[in-house]
Design a protein around this ligand. Sequence first.
Ligand code: 13P
Length: 249
Amino acid sequence: MSQKYVIGNYKLNPATQQDALTLAQNLTPSACVVGIAPSILHLSAIKSVLADGIALGAQDITHKSADVGAFTGDVSATQVKDMGANFTLVGHSERRQYHGETDEILSQKIAHAFHAGLSVVFCIGETKDDYDQKRTQQVLSAQLELLAPFAKQIPLDTDQTLPKLIIAYEPVWAIGTGLTPTLAEIECVHNFISETLSTLQIFAPILYGGSVNDQNATSFAQSPLIDGALVGGASLKTDSFAAIITAFS
Ligand code: 13P
């Protein structure tokens, strides 16, 4: 079985650092690569309690600068790396939707992340309208295009725990709704993403995200086309997240 990845995206949760630490302390290394992206505010405290081998990431970095500058309120890739992070999410649909993040902004973020030595979990996905209008492939291939200039920076083989680039396919309509595409639909989309990436000379694991829970994880985990999961809500429940990790291990 190829390497699988389970990454928790805590989003704007939990309300206190103590609760974040409790979640993180319960994680143990597993046969699949486990990672979490807590609030940036909790990165350093979590780093100090996280078991060796668990990847730590930011949910976002600024596009304005790779390191420092007069950008009030922003947090850079270099700062995140310095706090002990290994990766950052880029292009989550909640960032695209609520913060108007464009392809140009996302490419700058990827460039900064690579410059600082962070891996990137690049999130893509179609809206419900795109899905209904059967535009999923069109939308995804447009979202993937910005990766082309980075092809040479992404090694074909990596012996590192975390590849430099991971793709997370997250249909916008499946996020936090309890709805998911069928397994066959996800496999078809993952196949399409993988073919699109290979035309760009890029090879990266492809995770599925959107209402992954302890009930559906097993069927997703059995698919050779699904390299792992990006988990929102269920990553905030110790038992559910552990069950998802077990499913992919
Ligand atoms: P849910 O697992 O809560 O649907 O969230 C998915 C997600 O957005 C992870 O990035």
